[in-house]
Design a protein around this ligand. Structure first.
Ligand code: GDP
Length: 173
């Protein structure tokens, strides 16, 4: 039934500018991709309803919308979030190395320490890899989370990534 859902979950996309956060969101919610996506001003989010384990879940998925260029997000961005998707570009090593900083900020501001986490390596369709699957998996293990590789361009891994974060949110007390 329209307008009826069992839970509303707030999911955040976090990571350096240019790694593909907006593109991942656009692929998931609209099944679209743009080569030259304009970075918008201000935090934006999109809503998508999914069905899982017999429940109707309304996801509000937040995109930093360029705010991360200033290397910090506001505490209100993190407030009340249930899950975070940490995104880096597998072809851009600094974006992988900055994940630690993003995690520190998240831990500082998140109101729920138990928020679910997922590590995503994006742009696997490109042929200029600077981060191996093994290194990314090792980092994910340290964070007790899973690692999924995606391409917003080809759709590879996108549904799997959102499925995984929602499953994890459902399993988080
Ligand atoms: P954001 O700043 O993290 O939100 O990154 P954007 O979503 O704006 O993406 C930055 C650029 O990378 C844009 O030109 C996108 O078209 C491109 N992009 C995003 N995801 C992919 C991907 O999976 N593959 C390729 N080849 N390009 C991508």
């Amino acid at each position: 039934m329209q307008g009826h859902y069992d839970h509303i979950f707030k999911i955040l996309l976090i990571g350096d500018a240019g790694v593909g956060k907006s593109s991942i969101l656009l692929r998931f919610t609209d099944d679209a991709f743009e080569e030259h996506l304009a970075s918008t001003i201000g935090v934006d989010f999109k809503v998508k309803t999914v069905h899982m384990r017999g429940k109707t879940l309304k996801l509000t998925i937040w995109d930093t919308a360029g705010q991360e260029r200033f290397r910090t997000l506001t505490s209100s961005y993190y407030r009340g979030c249930h899950g975070i998707i940490l995104v880096f570009d597998v072809n851009d090593r600094p974006s992988f190395e900055h994940l630690r900083t993003w995690l520190d900020e998240f831990e500082l501001y998140a109101t729920s320490a138990a928020a679910a986490k997922l590590l995503v390596g994006n742009k696997v369709d490109l042929d200029a890899r600077e981060v191996t699957v093994e290194e990314a998996q090792a980092f994910a293990r340290q964070q007790a989370t899973m690692y999924i590789e995606t391409s917003a361009k080809t759709r590879s891994g996108i549904l799997q990534a959102f499925d995984e974060i929602v499953q994890k949110v459902l399993d988080t007390p």
